[in-house]
Design a protein around this ligand. Sequence first.
Ligand code: AVI
Length: 323
Amino acid sequence: MVALARAPRRQPQAEVSDFESDVVEGLRAMPKHVPAKYFYDGAGSQLFERITDLPEYYPTRCELRILRDRAGDIAKLIPAGAALVEFGSGSSKKARIMLAAAPKLAAYVPVDICGEMIEQEAADLRPDFPGLKVLPVTADITQAFALPAPAKAAPARVGFFPGSTIGNFEPHEAAAFLRNAANILGAGAALIVGADLIKPVEVLNAAYNDAAGVTAKFNLNLLVRINRELGGTFKLDSFEHHAFYNRERSRIEMHLASLKRQKVKVAGDIFEFRAGETIHTENSYKYSIESLSALARGVGWRPAGVWSDPRNYFSIQAFRLGE
Ligand code: AVI
């Protein structure tokens, strides 16, 4: 047997995670920033759950109230035999309300990047909805992904994207998400989106600056995560949570502000901070009914219904594909 000459093997490089490259790139940039998706490690997810119960944080309560009061009307968008596809489902608390209101649904497809969590949620749901096929898909909702065969074969698919997560996308990313959802759901689809509304600035600022300091902890937890996972040397008492409504951009901005001039090491690199310099950690865009429907129309969705709470703090907006 002839021995084949082999190219010398390269030493395997230590793989750089997306987290590491996104953090290092964001800290090198001006202004410094880190993508908000990195808030949600175990501790961050628990802190977010606590935020949803805070007296100042109205979005979750408002959305649940709209769903509980209006699920019957919203469910009229869901034809018999359809599949409900939830984007970024996490805990299926809100989907449960829709599932109960639409007993003729054939399938529920929760989609989330965290496979372990949706498998668990699916296992918890099945006994409560015995006639329903619960078919979790582990995927990044901002990318194309395939639906399970029974959902593809259903007479129609209805997307569900509650929680105002759309507000954490930049407007061009929100448009790209809506386009991707249209491609995944296909002809005849409907989409139900929860979106936080523009409202008095005091209400918005209070929701992201709670008296108990849970949102500050949630923001600072990003530094805890960087320290743990990327060998960071951030001192938590040298950074402060800043959150404010930017009226021109219709968004809450969250930042971590350096309280002094300092150097921090992350993944072997040194980053310098001026006193007062911030890391921009999150945008939470607030929409009007018109601004969200304009965005959706731009990528082929036409408005099919709007529901909101008595104070018009939050909206559930429905769209259909077609003319
Ligand atoms: C998940 N997302 C819709 C929340 C929001 O309101 O933008 C995240 C959050 N950030 C601070 N508080 C809550």
